[in-house]
Design a protein around this ligand. Structure first.
Ligand SMILES: Cc1cc2nc3c(=O)[nH]c(=O)nc-3n(C[C@H](O)[C@H](O)[C@H](O)COP(=O)(O)OP(=O)(O)OC[C@H]3O[C@@H](n4cnc5c(N)ncnc54)[C@H](O)[C@@H]3O)c2cc1C
Length: 419
């Protein structure tokens, strides 16, 4: 059994972590993306040591490559506040006070309002690049997170006490032992594959083109999502006249749309989006992301656990992936803080059971919306369903609650006293 390391043993442990070639770590997180980094920082705040292994080199601050804007649910912002990150993000974030979901050429729509829920915002839009920079800065300052950048997991062996991990690093091969192995290594998780956990894959045959646009008028807090025959289109409000554009395009047409010059791209986006949010006047850099749903058949194995996209990669149509992944990370951190044996079967069972309702609920909802958004037919019945959702107070309350990120049994770090 690998006991929890607390401060009295920290300096000896730190020396071991930094000097030895054959390293021993109670918790090894493989994957330092948005979810793995957030988990490491949540553990750091609780004084729990971990080793964060990441295949990529740290991204220089302000690097422009990432063009996504993330819609963060209210619960997520609470979670980021709890782990000390929100004060660094708030200046770049735009509150979302209204969300409108509609369908091109069909009647019926749903509009959700923060005022109706008695809150100042349903969520916030934050550029993914800014969140990445803030995480990187916080990791540099963290005293209990030991990092191995440019280190890729390439093999592992299991024994009753944990795992022997083989890493390929820029300085050669390294071996590391883990008492608890956390797979936070994304959609194509090596941890999941090496643990022998199956992945169920569904290809939506669609890509999302994402980037920033400038609008003729400010969106205020208004976010919109429109289902069109060619896929979903969303506009996320950003400060001033800026907005994050998300444009679904069938895989076979992505190359063509990406090759359009800015003027033609804006005209194409405008035709898909309609005029509800006004005129689009300028477009920035864009990227295309192929979209697949990848579901892990289990969330845990002996002394191992999956979080974030490694556990489930969902269609971004409802902006749920990071929101869900952060709830994975914060639930795991909460259970680890209370445990004396970090890899205990009871802890892993509690994690799987605490995450079940939230996971299933988000998976069902995103898949239903994605199927609707990818399909060409939108029947009168579906229009009526949208109208019914808009008109029924109980359904609206549920939509608001779920939209703000409260499902199942959320981690304590995201809770607040709602009016
Ligand atoms: C177009 C688009 C828009 C989106 N919009 C939203 C949104 O508005 N709101 C929202 O909540 N979510 C959104 N998402 C989803 C969100 O981006 C993801 O759910 C989230 O980034 C997943 O984070 P992760 O850390 O689990 O995985 P990743 O970000 O994939 O990180 C995995 C990390 O593991 C590392 N790694 C992989 N293999 C190894 C290995 N063998 N050894 C070591 N390291 C390894 C990788 O280098 C990577 O850094 C969107 C997604 C897309 C594609």
């Amino acid at each position: 059994m690998l006991p929890l390391l607390r401060s009295s043993r920290r300096s000896a442990y730190h020396a071991l972590m930094t000097n030895a070639l054959d390293r021993i770590a109670p918790i090894v997180i493989v994957g330092g993306g948005l979810v793995g980094s957030s988990l490491a920082l949540a553990l750091d705040r609780a004084g729990i040591e971990c080793l964060l292994v990441e295949a990529a080199a740290p991204r220089p601050a302000g690097a422009q490559a990432e063009t996504r804007n993330l819609a963060l649910a209210r619960a997520t912002v609470n979670g980021l506040r709890t782990i000390g990150l929100w004060s660094f993000l708030a200046a770049s974030a735009q509150p979302i006070t209204r969300i409108r979901v509609s369908r091109a050429g069909a009647f019926g729509s749903v509009q959700l309002d923060a005022a109706e829920a008695g809150v100042d915002a349903l969520g916030w839009t934050v550029p993914a690049r800014v969140l990445g920079d803030v995480l990187e800065k916080a990791l540099k300052a963290a005293s209990h997170v030991h990092r191995m950048p440019e280190a890729r997991l390439v093999g592992m062996g299991a024994d009753p006490a944990g795992y022997a991990l083989s890493l390929e690093t820029s300085a050669g091969s390294r071996d590391v032992r883990a008492g608890l192995l956390v797979g936070a290594d994304g959609t194509n998780s090596s941890v999941r594959a090496m643990l022998g956990i199956q992945a169920h894959v569904h290809d939506y045959r669609q890509s999302l083109i994402v980037g920033e646009v400038r609008c003729a008028r400010q969106l205020g807090g208004g976010a919109s999502e429109r289902f069109t025959a060619a896929g979903p289109v969303a506009l996320l409000p950003l400060p001033e006249f800026r907005a994050g554009l998300v444009l679904g395009v069938a895989t076979e047409h992505v190359g063509q749309v990406m090759a359009l010059d800015d003027r033609d791209f804006l005209a194409y986006a405008q035709a898909r989006l309609g005029w509800q949010a006004g005129r689009l006047v300028a477009s920035g850099a864009r990227q295309a992301w192929p979209i697949r749903r990848v579901l892990s058949s289990a969330l845990t194995a002996p002394r191992a656990v999956l979080v974030g996209n490694a556990a489930q990669t969902v269609h971004p149509v409802a902006a749920q992936g990071f929101n869900l992944g952060l709830r994975d990370a914060l639930t795991l951190a909460e259970l680890l803080v209370r445990s004396n044996d970090l890899g205990a079967a009871a802890l892993l069972d509690a994690y799987a059971s605490r995450r079940a309702d939230d996971r299933v609920g988000v998976l069902r909802m995103t898949h239903a919306l994605a199927t609707l958004a990818c399909g060409s037919g939108f029947s009168g019945l579906q229009s009526l369903a949208l109208m019914a959702m808009d008109g029924l107070p109980l359904v609206r309350r549920r939509l608001l609650r779920h939209g703000m990120g409260w499902r199942g049994m959320p981690p304590r770090a995201v809770l607040e006293a709602l009016p």
